[in-house]
Ligand binder design. Structure first.
Ligand code: ATP
Ligand code: MG
Length: 575
């Protein structure tokens, strides 16, 4: 490919709305252009990277025995009504009507459509297991589309769905996908971790997310420094050991705390530590009020609360609801005599007594609160977010928190969709059985952005060869000199012959511009061909990742290049 014939509109400036490095660099490198909020055109260079990522995904999915198909993006509402999701999916689902006033949506995911296909096709146990996947554009009307391709409204996803006869079959399908994902992200040379993820109220090890580790990640990943445990913070269990301690003889006492409505303010005002206070949080779960209690210096994990309550929806109570249930404005709620019957407390609150809480009166708090004596608790549960200083739930070792970008997700669905949509097969004994499903997603466009988050420097992108738009770039420094042009053509042909995907910068531009652009677009191997070097019998090469330059001899160039290429790839951990 010649740059003069390939459209790479590089820019000096990043767009003003770009907050993260991948968004800035992808725009500056001419890989993407924004159409409207959360939707982007994949420009020729960007599309090349995405296609390479997609091809790795495709190869590993095929190797794992999955079959590619392609489903419509526009989906009829009746399937979503059948599964029950039409009412639950919320505003991320873009809904519209056709000319006959029938309801439709743009596919944010395809469980309904695939289940409809399989129930219409598969009859016998002999046809199972089955795993079907597609690589396709999805639409989710995200509340905060941002970070370019990282959180778009329109994006490319690989979504796979497995259908099995029984639980053992599902386990095998799940492991096959887990292994395929390990192979995929390893081949892409990403620094990633599979982590345990939230599986909703079913609990158990039913879900893993694949996280690219990067500071700009929106997810917090909990990793153990001593064992292999890794989990999304939403999921990470907090161990709580120690003896119950809730004897208290001191009577309750109201104290005036004028205008002190945060834990920090109350602690400072009363001269106590935040850990001596109970934070009282008011929620509405599926329309019902619920109170959650955590220690003042802790954060509630609302995913844990939602799972505990088996709730489909969980929202913070409004200031009006707080006033109604507590008789006080926000900031003075407490569990003693609150007008809410469901009160759950974090496990840790079992270990101490003599708490300070809100008094359910404006500008007042209560001292000497015993949960046992003074509160009608529904129970204790693991409700808080894990923090550094907590211990690993697996081995008791030290944990650390890092940031990650979710690039893939494997999930055991069970019979959620097959049950609701009547997706059955006939077993060996002629009986009807419900199929057991799994679903497996990869954000293909997000993968490219995450890769850039992980691999960049002040000059631009540093692509790993497997998903670089080109593996090598040949910079022609003397486009008006026939000898140089002939050499460039020769090298181009030679690299092609070796199976290297190569771009030639044949533009009539100053060398400085070419060097800058080559660094910006991040092609891993740079080859510089110019009259000066050729005069000395050498071609200069640069490893974009390390910045290391070497000189390869013109005589015996093919072998020298092969050897150098090996070192560049080895630097990426690729043999
Ligand atoms: P997130 O928590 O980031 O919103 P999700 O849990 O909604 O992700 P899934 O429904 O599991 O994601 O989708 C499968 C994969 O699709 C994700 O692992 C992610 O890589 C990708 N993905 C999801 N939403 C987006 C988006 N808005 N833009 C780009 N990629 C996305
Ligand atoms: Mg999402």
């Amino acid at each position: 490919m010649r740059w003069s014939r390939f459209y790479i509109p590089t820019l000096k400036e990043a767009p003003s709305d770009a907050e993260v490095i991948s968004h800035k660099l992808m725009t500056r490198a001419g890989m993407i252009r924004k159409l409207t909020s959360g939707t982007y055109t994949y420009m020729p260079l960007g599309l090349r990277s995405i296609s390479k990522a997609a091809e790795i995904v495709r190869q590993e999915m095929d190797r794992a025995g999955a079959n590619e198909l392609s489903m419509p993006m526009v989906q009829p509402a009746d399937l979503w009504q059948e599964s029950g999701r039409w009412d639950f999916y919320g505003p991320e689902l873009l809904r519209f009507k056709d000319r006959h006033q029938r309801d439709y949506c743009l596919g944010p995911t395809h469980e309904e459509v695939i289940t409809d296909i399989v129930r219409g096709e598969v009859r016998s146990y002999r046809q199972l297991p089955m795993n079907l996947y597609q690589i396709q554009t999805k639409f989710r009307d995200e509340i905060r589309p941002r970070f370019g391709l990282m959180r778009g409204r329109e994006f490319i996803m690989k979504d796979a769905y497995s259908f099995d006869r029984d639980q053992a079959g599902l386990d095998a399908s799940y492991i096959a996908m887990y292994d395929a994902y390990m192979a995929i992200f390893t081949r892409m040379a990403l620094n990633f971790r599979p982590v345990e993820a939230d599986s909703g109220s079913i609990g158990g090890s039913f879900s893993h997310e694949f996280m690219v580790l990067a500071e700009t990640g929106e997810d917090t990943v909990v990793v153990c420094k001593d064992c292999t445990y890794a989990a999304n913070i939403e999921r990470a269990e907090v161990l709580c050991t120690g003896d119950e301690c809730d004897r208290l003889d001191t009577p309750l006492e109201e104290v005036s705390t004028p205008g002190k409505c945060t834990v920090a303010d109350v602690a400072a005002f009363l001269g106590v530590s935040e850990a001596a206070i109970i934070k009282t949080l008011l929620y509405v779960a599926d329309g019902e009020p619920v109170v959650a209690l955590v220690r003042g210096d802790r954060e509630l994990n609302d995913v844990k609360l939602k799972n505990l309550l088996h709730a489909d929806t969980l929202e913070m109570a409004s200031p009006e609801q707080v006033q109604q249930w507590t008789g006080a404005p926000v900031g003075f709620a407490g569990p003693v005599n609150i007008k809410v019957s469901r009160i759950v407390a974090d496990n840790e609150l079992r270990l101490a007594t003599d708490w300070i809480t809100g008094a359910n009166k404006g500008d007042m708090h209560l001292k000497h609160v015993s949960l046992k004596r003074d509160v009608k608790l529904s129970g204790f549960a693991d409700l808080r977010l894990i923090t550094e200083g907590d211990t690993c739930p697996k081995c008791g070792g030290a944990i650390a928190l890092t940031k990650g970008i979710e690039v893939g997700h494997v999930f055991k669905l069970g019979t959620k969709y097959s049950e609701a949509m009547n997706c059955k097969y006939v077993d060996e004994d002629g009986r009807d059985q419900t199929m057991i499903m799994g679903c497996y997603g990869i954000g293909v466009s997000r993968v490219v952005a995450s890769c850039i988050e992980q691999n960049n420097d002040k000059d631009g992108i540093m692509f790993p060869p497997p998903i670089a738009p080109f593996e090598a770039i040949v910079l022609n420094l003397d486009t008006r000199t026939d000898d140089v042009c002939a050499k460039v053509d020769e090298i181009y042909a030679l690299l092609k012959e070796q199976g290297v995907d190569v771009l030639v910068d044949d533009r009539e531009e100053r060398p400085g511009v070419k060097f800058k652009d080559a660094d910006l677009i991040g092609i891993p191997m740079q080859l510089v061909v110019g009259g000066k070097g050729l005069g000395r019998g050498i071609i200069e090469v640069k490893d974009r990742r390390t910045g290391e330059k070497s000189e390869l001899p013109v005589d015996g160039f093919a072998e020298a290049f092969t050897a150098w290429k090996k070192t560049v790839y080895a630097g990426w951990g690729i043999n």
